[in-house]
Design a protein around this ligand. Sequence first.
Ligand SMILES: Cc1ncc(COP(=O)(O)O)c(C=O)c1O
Length: 408
Amino acid sequence: MALKFPIFMDAQSTTPCDPRVVEAMLPYFTEKFGHPASRNHPFGWEAEGAVDAARQRIASLLGARDPKELVFTSGGTEAINLALKGAAEMYREKGNHIVTTMIEQRAGLDTCKRLERQGFEVTYVPVRPSGLVDVDDVGRAITDRTILVSVMFANNEIGTLQDVAAIGKLAKARGVIFHTDATQAVGKVPVDVEAMGIDLLSCTAHLMYGPKGVGALYVRRRGPRVRLQPMLDGGGHERGMRSGTLPVPLIVGFGRAAELCAEGMPEEGARLARLRDRLQDMILSRVDEAFLNGDPARRLPHNLNISFAYVEGESVLMGLNKETALASGSACTSATLEPSYVIAALGASTELAHSSIRFSLHRFNTEEEVEFVGKRTIEVIGRLRDMSPLYELAKEGVDLKSIRWKAE
Ligand SMILES: Cc1ncc(COP(=O)(O)O)c(C=O)c1O
């Protein structure tokens, strides 16, 4: 089949909406437009029924005992904010300390920074070079003032899967609430809030082939019953935790997306891991000084993150972006180009943190696309290195660290 350009391999930024999801959503924009809180007529009952069915499907994907444990939000960012701020405020009398990691997504890190400004203390546990957090380090960080542990399930850059079950067990033993940002994991790898001892879990539809603008926070109701201070005041929807009219079409799409992920997960995961491994082998066998970031085994099946020494990640993207959509670890923020804090947290040099490229595959990627992207990446890296004086010096055996750069 002819390739269609540009090829999308940036599925950890967002995923395409599955056409079956769109099909399920469409009637809820037009003929089935009722308000789910309109309890006194059929339009409302229909909308409420659709929301209940979607809630059930998502709860089942998460292994939740009761669909009422789900609170719909506008996405992962809001779910994380509600989990952290809601728990911090609710349990402030009990303590003011939170334990998290250095590689959380910005929604987690920035919320913690805000809480610090409000008088909370936060411990940011480092990770090993593989990107895995040491469960014992989490244990050592917990004090008798700790009210919450928040560790992401899967990292958005390097795909590393934390030992969530061990952290859940530890948190339970120490009587601390455990939140996990599972936005990258739900629908891709098995998640089970009961078996893994998760008290709060954030997820989002647009990373699992659902629509943008809807997410959910799982809030445990039993053993322990977790309570949260709401962030929004209003009609008291979602058991008082998140006021606001529910976006019924988006929720229906989220539910259908959850159902499709549950049905296809083992085959889809295995297929994407095979394609990812092919891409990885192609690149690593043909490009020297290319380093795999993250844990080679404990990672999402569709994630591949490689640092290419002597080239800037942004230059690689520019060389490829007419044909292929990928992501670099460098985030262009205002005037400065910041290196990836995730790659830096693995202990990599600033140069390598600047040179990381994330390939993330999705349900609709094909083998031909993988072959094309692998081949073009190798070509572009080769071309950039041909123009790189640093690469040339390094190949001549010059120790770049010994060079004194001086402007005459
Ligand atoms: C790990 C992680 N957490 C949180 C979010 C935020 O989710 P949303 O875009 O739904 O607000 C993302 C989004 O990419 C993410 O990758």
